[in-house]
Design a protein around this ligand. Structure first.
Ligand code: GLU
Length: 435
């Protein structure tokens, strides 16, 4: 084997990887639910077509000079699904295998999520195809700044407001805020949310998605006639969403008997000490090698005997193949799209209640909205104010979805889609079509 690449190979055009190789596709998954809800609502054909497609899809090329002096070109995306309820809102993810289809699905999910959370935003999502674990901090900063500069005319506090998502964090948002501000020649804090506190972030934003998972779980447990002290919980994923959901549910009296991350999972019927697991991950990056209980694979973790299962890792974890083996009574989707559309019916037939992603993880964008409001007011709330408003809005969102599902005699998932699509389509018709 030689590392030298012949010129012929070196310059050969590489076909982009197919969008999906027979694997579950998040856009198709989203559309399957959208279609069912549209049918129930008897949505006008033109409105269906409007809402089915994103209003804008931008692909940008991001050349940067790597630490070793080489130039490398990355690909970035920003998809605006719509601006019907207000400026579009949604995170940016860094991932080596992200596709435009995935970003399109995630952008539509943001539209439905904002409608359910009752916040005045449309939906968007962005991504850069890169592997952050293989990049230095300087390279990540360059990618972030060039991506932002390329999208300067798309982003804006009144047009499109990014936020963190998979593999991006407060530091990434600080670079976005600074790059945008440099181009605008003024400090524009409200252009991005999820910023560090010191430059206009909101108290409670880091914990918000996990807090929303906790609040919606408690509301669902009430409906199921279960009290938190009597339930066992398994959480898949131990990033920001998973770890905080586990911590807050434990504080409410639940027993967390299973946790996992990319390195694998652990189960412990006596309950896992979440605070020390969080501390462990701070020092060791992953759960690997920790003494939390019996090791299990991520697949086994999902099928553990428990009352509540919270998939907080990534898309397409609960599929047709394993949905049948799930034993939880309640699934709370902290991640976006963890359940494929095929698995929905199996879970319904098994009588498992599912709090869908567009409701369960809406706490994050709700506090993003608070951050944007505070930036525009120039006045900052204390943590009690943030949490009180968040908890009230999440309970209201839960009730709206629950009531819709009951009215249409359907699942919480379809109830959520019906509620959101009805609201967005009625707003669209009120605003009317220009042109
Ligand atoms: N990325 C988060 C989500 O999927 C937050 C988006 C935001 O705060 O704008 O909901």
């Amino acid at each position: 084997m030689t590392d030298k690449i012949s010129n012929e190979q070196k310059y050969k055009y590489q076909e982009p990887a197919p969008v999906h190789k027979g694997e579950p596709n998040p856009f198709e998954s989203m559309m399957a639910r959208f279609d069912k809800a549209a049918e129930i609502l008897n949505l006008e054909q033109g409105v269906y077509e409007y809402l089915q497609k994103p209003v804008k899809q931008v692909i940008v090329s991001i050349p940067i000079q790597m630490d070793n002096g080489e130039i490398k070109v990355f690909e970035g995306y920003r998809v605006i699904h719509d601006n019907i309820l207000g400026p579009s809102k949604g995170g940016i993810r860094y991932s080596p295998d992200v596709t435009l289809d995935e970003v399109k699905a995630l952008a539509s999910w943001m539209t439905w999520k904002c409608a359910i959370a009752n916040i005045p935003f449309g939906g968007a999502k962005g991504a850069v195809k890169c592997d952050p674990s293989k990049l230095s901090k300087v390279e990540l900063e360059k990618i972030t700044r060039r991506y932002t500069a390329n999208l300067f005319s798309v982003f804006g506090p009144d047009t499109d407001i990014p936020a963190p998502d998979m593999n991006t964090n407060e530091q990434t948002m600080a670079w976005i805020m600074d790059t945008y501000s440099m181009h605008a020649q003024r400090t524009e804090t409200a252009v991005v949310t999820g910023k560090p506190l010191i430059i206009g972030g909101s108290l409670g934003r880091v914990e918000a998605t996990g807090r929303g998972v906790m609040i919606t779980t408690l509301e669902a447990l009430k409906k199921l006639g279960l009290s938190p002290e009597d339930v066992t919980v398994v959480v898949q994923g131990f990033g920001n969403v998973g770890s905080i959901s586990a911590k807050l549910l434990k504080e409410q009296g639940c027993k967390i008997i299973g946790i996992s991350d990319i390195s694998g999972g652990y189960c412990n019927s006596n309950g896992i000490d979440i605070d020390s697991a969080i501390e462990y991950v701070k020092n060791n990056k992953t759960l690997e090698g920790g003494n939390f209980g019996e090791p299990v694979t991520n697949e086994e973790l999902l099928e553990l005997e428990c009352d509540v299962l919270a998939p907080c890792a990534k898309e397409d974890q609960i599929l047709e193949d394993n949905a049948r083996n799930i034993k939880a009574k309640l699934i709370v989707e902290g991640a976006n799209g963890p359940t494929s559309a095929d698995a929905d019916d199996i879970l319904r037939d098994k009588g498992i209640m599912v709090i869908p992603d567009i409701l369960a993880n809406a706490g994050g964008v709700t506090v993003s909205y608070f951050e944007w409001v505070q930036n525009r007011l120039g006045y900052y709330w204390d943590i009690d104010d943030v949490n009180r408003r968040h908890d009230r809005m999440m309970r209201e969102a839960f009730d709206n979805v629950y009531d819709t599902a009951s009215r249409y005699k359907t699942t919480m998932r379809l109830g959520a889609y019906i509620y959101a699509i009805d609201k967005v389509s009625r707003t669209l018709l009120l605003r009317g079509i220009y042109g």
